[in-house]
Each structure stands twice: as C-alpha cells, then as structure tokens.
Design a protein around this ligand. Structure first.
Ligand SMILES: Nc1ncnc2c1ncn2[C@@H]1O[C@H](COP(=O)(O)OP(=O)(O)OP(=O)(O)O)[C@@H](O)[C@H]1O
Length: 583
C-alpha cells in the first residue's frame, strides 16, 4: 500500500491555484477566465456595498431629493454582479465536466505508460480512489471553491479599503477582526491537517479489502475462511468509521470557533461605533452603514470555515493525483532502431525490485537465439519470472543491458516492444466481455474468420460453439462454467491471433488435469512453432525437447545446456530431474 499524502508540503492559496491550473490541462484558460469573472464580481459586490456610506448619509441628513443616482448605481452594481456570477457558475460547471473527462483520460494514459513495476505497487483500492473520488472531488470543487474563497477575501478587503477612507478607526477594527480571523482559523485547521490523508488511506484500505474479499469469496468458501476474512474487512470498515468520527470532531470545534469569532467581531465593532457616536465623533449614518457591511461580510467568512474542510479534501486529492502523474515512464530513444531479429540477450544484468537491498538477478548473461526454445528452471523465488518480466520491460535493470535483435530494450517504448511479445500465464484474466472480444483484443483489426481460425488452432472452437450465443457469449455469463484449461485455451487463441515472434510462457499446464493438459499442450505446440520461446517450467518432463535449459538459482544462471548435456553434468538439473521421476 502506498503511503498517501505525506510527502508533499501543504500549499497556500497561490500554490493551490497553480496546481489547479496544471490539473485543468487544456481547460486552464477557461478556469482562469471563470476565476477572473469571480474576482470582478467580488470587487463590484464590495464597491456596491460601500455605496451604503453616502446613501445612508444622504438619508440621515433628510435631503429633500432622493439620492437617485446612488440608488441607480447600487441597483446597477447588484445586477452586474449577479450577471457575472451567473456567467461564472455556468461556465465553471461546464468546464468542470470537461476537465473531469480530460483528467481521467490523462490519468488513464499515465497508467498505460507507467512502468509495470510502479503500477503493481498500487492496490486496486488506491487507483479506484484516485480515478473516481479524487478526480471528482478535485474538479467538482475546483472552480467553485477558489471562487468562493476569493469572494470571502476580496469583498471584506474592498470594504476595509473603503472604510479606511471613511473612518480609519473602524477600518482598523474591521481589519483586525474580520480578515484577521482567517489566518488564525487556518492555523487551527493545520492541527487537524493529518486527518485528510488518514481518511483517504482508510478509504483506500477499506475499498481494497472489499474488492479482495469479493474476488476471493470462492476460495474463502472452499477453505472455510469466509468468517476470518470478513473480520479483516470488518476491521478495515471499523477503522474507516473511527477515522471519520475523529475527523468530524476535530473539524467541528475550529468551525464553531471561527463562527464565534465573526460574531464577536460584530459586537466589538458595534460597541466601538456606538461609543464614537456617543462621543459625537462618528455620524450615526456611518455606523449604520458599517453594521450592514459587517453583517454582509460575516456570512462569507463563516462559510469559509466549511470551505477550508473542502480545501483540505482537495489538497489531499491533489497530492494523490500529482503523485500518480509524477511517475515517469521508462525512458525511450526518440528514434529507436527497427527490430528485425528476435534474438534476446542479457549482458551482465543486475536487477533488484524497488526498495530491495539484495540483487534478484546477479550478473546474468544469456542468449535466447531467434526461433529457439529456452526453458528456465530452478527453485521457487530464484528469479525465473523476473527474467521473463525484464524481457517485457517490466522495469529496467540497475546495471547491464538487455537487447532484442541487438537493439537495447531501454530505447524501446511499450508501444514498440509489446507487439513483438505474447504471454500465456497460469492465471488467465478474461474481461467481462464477449468471448469474441476477449480473443480479438490481441489484434483489433482481425476479421471474424481470423478469430475463429485462432480459436480452432487453440482447440477451443468447439467449446465456444457450445455456449448459448457462441462467440458472442459474455464471459460473465459462463465464467463459472469455464475450466482452467478452457480459459487457458482462450488465452492461447488470443496469443495465436497476435502472432508475435516472441512467446513467454509461465508453465501454463502445471495446474491442469491430464485431459486438459493434453489439449492445452497441443494448442501451445501450435502457438510456439517457429517462434522465439521462453518457458518457465517446474515439471521438467515438459521441457526435455528444449534447445537450451537455463538453471536459475539465487539470481544466477548456474547451469546451461540441453536436457541430455545437463543430465551428464550430474549437477543441480540432474538432481531436480531424478527427484521428479517416479520411484
Ligand atoms: N514485484 C516485486 N517486488 C519485490 N520483490 C519481488 C517482486 N516480484 C518478485 N519479487 C521477489 O523476487 C524474487 C524472485 O522472484 P521470481 O518471481 O522472479 O522467482 P521465480 O523463480 O519465478 O519463483 P516461482 O517459481 O515461485 O514463480 C523473490 O524473492 C520474490 O519474492
């Protein structure tokens, strides 16, 4: 599980603005325009309210004529402000829908490009949180929150400036009490700042446990572990609930405190104003205008208390989105050489997974000639899968080079490399789509005849035809009715259709019964004909015909040769072979 939201320092408004502009991507100009409208509306709102000073003054001095020009100005200001806010909101909502769409596409693209090693470090719950809730939280509020914060700051600030001109003592009282409350409140919130990352982490854990529980339910039932695992899920949900309650407690107190401060400031300014009027040092009309202004400003400031919670939610979401976006794809050369030969070479390769100290591959050099059949054998955890992963550029080695037909793999992007590779593993993942689409995904331009031909070669055409809607049956409808061997054959049909020159096999028949094994083995034999093949094998009887067998132990190749050569060496391979023979 990735540690969420701990590394990036909390940023003030300006940083939030800059990051939002980055998140808005190609919609940044629209967002800026929306915020510009909001700024203008707030200044007009402040100035319109400031007209209360001359208006109430004129009324209090019982002028014979109604101060018509002032009234027209006030009405005009109010209408203009309303128009600007309407434009800004309409504009903001539409933009936020577009930005949500664009951001999800950018994140999807990032997931596609990021090294598989980094992708594997995310749990499904983390990604679900980022792609659904975080993007929604960020974008939904991004226009409105900055605009509301602008309003809560700009309107009182404009009024303080105008009051300074009317009566400096009241202006200073306003300055100290109203905007002064904001940094104080932020300071209070800072103490509760840890809650958002904690809540996000609790949400991600609960979601991951839920997904894991639902996906693993058949296995749990088979092993009577449903109760135990549900305890794990219950614990995660209980933790999530507790964090939410704690967060609510910690948020409520500062919010009430700010509301109290705003009310107290109202009383303070009122007392100061009444004293000055009593001392005949202030006109009563000015005091009345100030009272109206303070009441008008207190509302947005009180909202600010609630908004800062949203502000924190956004910052926390932003951190996770930025963290994901900051992962760099593996470097590639702008114009890599074209691959014409499918010989794979490892030259003094050292590799360890991120965060590990020991080498998983320790000075591995090997050559897998084009159209040859190579088997990797060795004890569990020795590094066989890691060798296969590096061929598909799961990650780059820390030292040494891997090449395909003499072209350094580190110059090739996944888009260039992947068409040359097809993989068949023990655990076959079938999408909840039609069987036809599950096979055709290997080659989207394939015709119906191509898909059927691949299925025939993979020994699964008859099996598919027995389903109610044949190739157009959804995997979800028959998922439970597909045996391991049948799923394997569908995945082999996929690989046959792809017709890649290099095939990676992770002992696909090891978990099958004898009958299925024969069918799958036949399908594999057709798949690998004339290809560069790498097989990870545990049962040595399946690889006696290999062109070369590499024995991997603790990240090193300790023996290499054909089956008979290795038997003659009477080393590790010979021991493994005889230990697997029936007594
Ligand atoms: N993503 C990963 N992050 C960290 N360590 C890993 C990762 N994948 C594998 N390892 C570790 O690397 C070592 C080699 O693993 P690898 O899967 O390559 O072995 P293997 O020979 O294929 O084993 P098996 O035959 O059991 O599949 C093991 O110690 C394993 O725990």
């Amino acid at each position: 599980m990735l540690k969420i939201g701990s590394s990036v320092p909390r940023c003030p408004m300006v940083n939030l603005y800059r990051t939002l502009i980055k998140v808005a991507g190609s919609y940044a100009p629209q967002l800026q325009r929306s915020l510009g409208l909001s700024l203008l509306a707030s200044i007009i709102q402040g100035c319109t309210l400031a007209l209360l000073f001359p208006l109430l003054d004129a009324l209090a001095s019982f002028q014979e004529q109604l101060p018509g020009r002032l009234l027209v100005l006030m009405a005009g200001g109010t209408v203009l402000e309303a128009l600007l806010r309407w434009r800004e909101l309409d504009f903001g909502w539409r933009t936020s829908i577009e930005v949500t769409h664009e951001l999800r596409i950018r994140l999807g693209e990032q997931l596609r490009q990021m090294p598989q090693e980094d992708l594997n470090r995310y749990q499904s719950g983390d990604l679900n949180l980022i792609l659904s809730s975080d993007v929604a939280d960020l974008v939904l509020w991004m226009g409105s929150i900055v605009s509301l914060i602008l309003q809560a700051i700009v309107v009182p600030s404009t009024l303080v400036l105008v009051t300074l001109w009317v009566d400096w003592r009241l202006a200073i009282a306003l300055l100290i009490t109203l905007p002064g409350a904001i940094p104080f409140y932020r300071q209070l919130r800072r103490h509760a700042a840890t809650e958002m990352p904690q809540m996000a982490q609790a949400d991600a854990i609960a979601t991951s446990r839920l997904i894991e529980y639902v996906q693993g339910l058949p296995v749990l039932r088979a092993h009577q572990q449903v109760g135990q695992q549900s305890d794990r899920l219950q614990a995660a949900l209980q933790h999530q609930r507790q964090i939410q309650i704690d967060s609510q407690d910690r948020t409520t107190r500062p919010t009430l405190l700010l509301a109290g401060m705003v009310q107290a400031s109202l009383c303070l300014i009122l007392s100061l104003g009444i004293s000055l009027v009593w001392l005949q040092d202030l006109k009563i009309s000015t005091l009345m205008a100030i009272i109206v202004i303070v009441v008008c400003c207190s509302d947005p400031l009180t909202y600010l208390a609630g908004l800062t919670t949203l502000f924190d939610l956004m910052e926390s979401a932003l951190e996770r989105v930025e963290h994901l976006m900051a992962i760099c794809p593996l470097p590639v050369a702008p114009k890599p050489k074209i691959i014409t030969d499918y010989t794979i070479t490892f030259d003094h390769v050292y590799f360890r997974y991120r965060g590990q100290e020991n080498w998983i591959l320790n000075d591995v050099s090997l050559e897998l000639p084009e159209r040859s059949f190579t088997a990797l054998v060795g004890p569990s955890g020795s590094g066989k899968t890691t060798i296969a992963r590096l061929i598909s550029r799961y990650a780059d080695p820390q030292s040494g080079t891997l090449a395909m037909g003499g072209v350094n793999l580190q110059t090739l992007s996944p888009a260039i490399l992947m068409p040359h590779l097809a993989a068949v593993f023990q655990d076959v993942y079938l999408f909840n789509d039609t069987i036809y689409n599950n096979i055709r995904m290997a080659k989207p331009v394939a015709s119906d005849a191509d898909v059927i031909a691949a299925a025939k070669i993979a020994n699964c055409h008859g099996l598919i035809q027995r389903f109610p809607q044949g190739y157009h049956t959804r995997v979800g409808e028959v998922g439970g009715a597909l045996s391991g061997g049948e799923r394997q054959r569908i995945s082999i049909a996929r690989a046959i259709l792809k017709d890649a020159p290099i095939i990676l096999l992770d002992e696909p028949t090891s978990a099958l019964d004898a009958e299925s094994e024969v069918l799958v083995q036949h399908a594999i034999d057709r798949l690998v004909a004339d290809k560069t093949v790498v097989v990870i094998a545990h049962r040595l009887s399946t690889i006696v015909g290999a062109d070369q067998i590499l024995v991997v132990q603790a990240g090193k190749i300790i023996e290499r040769g054909t089956h008979s050569e290795l038997l003659n060496q009477k080393g590790a391979y010979s021991q493994m072979w005889w230990s697997q023979q029936p007594q």
